[in-house]
Design a protein around this ligand. Sequence first.
Ligand code: AMP
Ligand code: GLY
Length: 442
Amino acid sequence: MVSVLLIGNGAREHVIAETLGRSARRPSLYSWMQSNNPGIAAHSSETRLGNYGDLDGIVQFARTGKVDFAVVGPEDPLNRGVVDALLKAGIPSVGPTQSLARLETSKMFTRDLLEKYGIPGNPRFRTFVSKEGIREFIAEFSDGAVIKPDGLTGGKGVMVEGDHFQGADEALSICASILKKHGAVLVEEKLEGEEYSLQCFCDGKTVVPMPAVQDHKRRFAGDEGPNTGGMGSYSSSDHSLPFLRPGDIADGLAITERVADAIYRETGSLYKGIMYGGFMVTAAGVRLLEYNARFGDPEAMNVLPLIKTDFVDLCMALIDGTLASLSIEFEEKATVCKYVVPRGYGLPADNQDEGSTSARIAIGETSDVNIYYSSVDQREDGLYMTSSRALGVVGIAGDLETAEKLAEEAIASISGPVDHRSDIGTAALINRRIEHMKKIRG
Ligand code: AMP
Ligand code: GLY
């Protein structure tokens, strides 16, 4: 009998719970959540509500469940050292220690690592601890600059010239406020191209890619509006993306393999967990935007339902360092994930649809889609939204067109003051990506 601790309470953890539940080993699931996710609870033997910072409480809960290993969903508990605390108690994790999670929590650590070990993929960048030299450095970039704080910002801390600020004066004032708060600021050249997410399993030595996914960060159709945690994502049946060339994924994978090796050489520790590379394909080749030390949200919802390999076996092989001898397979299907969000999601507080972020919603008759709960609260009188992304709706089919239709049909059955991006996964949007890449590649 296998017991697993799952940490997290979003749609990403809901799909992880479901995937563990598909295992022939029928694991008992012990779920530690900050708020009650009814989807995760339905898959769990036991749930506990608590803070991600309550490391003692988490270890205690894991001991009670006699868990064999933990799967950590979000970055916050990784950053707080939950994997280290569990390891001390003899419990291994799918997820890196606090030090190795710097791959995500410190963009400077990662940029420096690539540079030190001669790994391709960095844009031109520099770290500043004072304003001195920033203006001169930014002036070197004719296509603009990007400013990043060091540390976790929920995917919303990156400032891109042209999108979030204009010109050197504004850049400098942004840098000044980041310096005040974080002590250091990363300034890099603005790249142009199309982004893809390549999530990989890593046991410290072997890196195994999952199907590539494209996420959509902007709140509104046509990539308009503010950045969000992600409004939806799609993947193709060939596990590539329509705007990529075969070599593009191989390049991202090669970077990730070299980074896994560099982490070991730099720290003496093997990285055991998910390495999620956010890449951009540019005219000059594949560039690394960032790493995440966990599954993507929404991207986990695209890839995990397609895994054919027993997921408990996979997690154990990752922990034991035997990924190389496990055959890891994914169904050759296309997926389209769309997040259903409160109408006011992502909008400034003074511009929100009154009350929409805590309204009740109802899911009508749906079939042939996977629905994952995110920020919702199951009360006696129904399902309520709780301010953020509410439901991940995933269509899975032989081709993108059908997968997209399935997702849309299901979303049409959801009532309440909700919104979603109707363009994600459509031929019109995907063709724009293809044309964009054609133009960039000349
Ligand atoms: P990150 O959190 O580093 O992935 O950045 C968030 C988003 O900012 C990315 O998904 C990109 O859309 C954008 N971004 C980050 N770095 C760059 C860059 N060097 N050039 C252009 N856009 C970038
Ligand atoms: N999809 C972006 C993220 O998970 O960070």
